[in-house]
Each structure stands twice: as structure tokens, then as C-alpha cells.
Design a protein around this ligand. Structure first.
Ligand code: DGY
Length: 320
């Protein structure tokens, strides 16, 4: 019997590819360069399975070009890059890779919190420019975290992992989430659930951990930013379109926000020039999950999902 075909849109680390090759004919985009919509449509035409990345936009035109497609394994936890409704309509199973990237993303969130509150990148730039003239009592004063409030928006796996790290820095945790934690956990952990408006007005650092959905897009807009404490910080390692970028820029310019640490942007890989020009931003290239261990685990889980669904078994992480 002819082997099923799988399109893999970029080289992935670890043994995921060789596992896929044991069972399927693999069409790998060796170049790693993002496939254009046209190339994707051409290559998906014969594929039964697709292993893709969060940067691949799998819209209805791509789905329509894959008449044999049975399943998609997104190598990410977020699936906002895929038209899920259209996939479901076509009977295409979609899977993701939750869990394995929680710690890496939570760690990177803290790297950004520390980077913006302690002005690490400004310091690095100053040193490299040869402007370090010795210890000074007023050089690059940042803000302390101890005793301050960390406001976590979205209390899924990653939100919880970020909150769990707060006690190491002496921060108190308040959160906003549609689904409350169990009362027992709230009491034990001393994490306080607040309405969004209240949370924005009391937190010193706000960190976002939400998927991008029609309900969450631009959740943080001009009104929400105006409610944030003067001199507070905003961190986003989830999805860029949860924040209204022009409103964020205005808020940084006005001084309401002291600084922002961003790993994600509304129209990646494009980043508004105003954000690039500001000293008050620390900007990363969507590397929340980018540790070798985590990326190997993500690729492996994506392959496991794809193998299971193409073999007619229930994949471990089915989204739709
Ligand atoms: C995800 O998994 O959704 C991340 O954004 C990619 O690391």
C-alpha cells in the first residue's frame, strides 16, 4: 500500500523527523524559509498530514488546496494561525503541543520582567557604547519587585507557572481569569482573583497569558492601558494582537507605562517602528519556547500527534 505523505514546513530539532519517516513519505521544506502561500498550496496538494509552525498561516485557501489532508499538527500550543472552523468543516483534525513549553515560556516571561524593571538592555547598550564611567548612585535606576503586585491575565498552565515564580521575588499575585482557580488553591497560594479593571489599577507589572481569540483580541486597548498604574510595566509573551499596539505606544510615550517587555507582535514579523525606537521597550523575536530541550519536546509531541491521527488513533492533544 502506498505510504501516506506528510508535509513538514521547516526543519525541526530532535528525532521527530526520523519518526515520521519510519511511517510516511516526508516532504520537508529543508530551506527553513517560510513557505509562501503559493508554495504551501502546491506542496499540500498531495499531503495527508501537515506539521506546521505558528508562523505558517493555514487559512481556507491552504485547506482547500489539500484535498487529502486528514490532520494538522501545529508545533505550538497556540492555534490562532489555523482556520479551525474551516478545518473542522472539512473534517481535518487539528492538534497542538501544550504542557511541554510551559516552563520555558514562564522563564522567558520573568527574563522580560527583570529586563524591563532593572533596565538590563539599556545597561548593555550603554556599556557597549563605551559610556560606562564607573559606579554612580543614580545610574540606570530601575524598580524593585519585592512587595509589589504581579497582575497575571490568563491563568492557564503558563499563567500559573509565571505566578508560581513570583514568590521567589517577593511579589504578591493577583489575577484575572474567566475560570477561577479552586478556592483551596487561591487560599493556599494567596493568589487573589480580581475583575480586570481592578487588576489593571493595582498591579505594578501586568503579564499576559491568553490565547488569541475573537474575545481576547485587543483586550488591552486604550481604556485598559489608561487604567494601569502610572509607572507600571506590561509584559506580553502570549500573542501580539491581544494588545492594541498604537495604544501601547501612546501609553509608553505619555509615561503612564514605564516600559514594556514584548516577545510577540500583532503582525509578526513586522514590529511598529515606534516600538523599535524606544528605549523603554525590550523586544524579543517570539522566543518564549526557544530552549533546545523545549523545541525538541514540541517537535516530538507534534510528530506523536500526527502519527496517531494518521494511523487512525486518537492524538494526545486534539484541539478540534
Ligand atoms: C506557542 O506554542 O504558541 C508559542 O507561541 C510558540 O512557542
Amino acid at each position: 500500500m502506498a505510504r501516506l505523505r506528510v508535509l513538514v514546513t521547516a526543519p525541526i530539532p530532535g528525532e521527530a523527523l526520523s519518526r515520521l519517516r519510519e511511517s510516511f513519505r516526508v516532504d520537508l521544506n529543508r530551506s527553513g524559509r517560510k513557505l509562501s502561500s503559493r508554495e504551501m498550496r502546491r506542496r499540500i496538494a498531495r499531503a495527508h498530514g501537515l506539521l506546521c509552525l505558528p508562523s505558517d498561516r493555514i487559512d481556507r485557501t491552504i485547506l482547500a488546496a489539500g484535498p487529502h489532508l486528514k490532520g494538522i499538527a501545529n508545533c505550538a500550543v497556540g492555534t490562532d494561525n489555523i482556520d479551525l472552523t474551516e478545518a473542522e468543516r472539512r473534517g481535518i483534525i487539528v492538534t497542538n503541543t501544550p504542557g511541554v513549553l510551559t516552563a520555558a515560556t514562564a522563564d522567558l516571561t520573568w527574563a522580560l520582567i527583570l529586563a524591563v524593571t532593572r533596565r538590563l538592555v539599556e545597561g548593555d547598550r550603554l556599556v557597549r557604547k563605551g559610556r560606562f564611567a564607573g559606579w554612580s548612585p543614580t545610574l540606570l535606576l530601575g524598580r524593585s519587585l519585592e512587595g509589589k503586585v504581579l497582575g497575571v491575565i490568563g491563568m492557564g498552565r503558563i499563567g500559573r507557572a509565571v505566578a508560581a515564580r513570583a514568590s521567589a521575588f517577593g511579589m504578591r499575585v493577583a489575577y484575572f481569569s474567566r475560570t477561577p482557580l479552586a478556592r483551596e488553591d487561591e487560599r493556599k497560594l494567596r493568589w487573589r482573583r480580581l475583575p480586570l479593571r481592578k487588576l489593571l489599577s493595582v498591579a505594578d507589572v501586568i503579564t499576559l497569558h491568553l490565547p488569541s481569540t475573537p474575545e481576547t483580541r485587543r483586550l488591552i486597548g486604550p481604556t485598559q492601558l489608561s487604567l494601569m498604574k502610572k509607572g507600571s510595566f506590561l509584559i506580553n509573551t502570549s500573542r501580539g494582537d491581544i494588545v492594541d499596539e498604537p495604544a501601547l505606544i501612546a501609553s509608553l510615550r505619555s509615561g503612564r507605562l514605564a516600559a514594556a517587555g514584548l516577545d510577540v507582535y500583532a503582525r509578526e514579523p513586522r514590529i511598529p517602528r515606534a516600538l523599535l525606537r524606544m528605549e523603554k521597550t525590550v523586544l524579543l523575536p517570539h522566543i518564549g519556547s526557544a530552549t533546545l530541550e523545549t523545541r525538541i519536546a514540541m517537535a516530538s509531541l507534534a510528530a506523536t500527534n500526527l502519527i496517531a491521527l494518521l494511523e487512525g488513533r486518537h492524538p494526545p492533544h486534539r484541539v478540534r
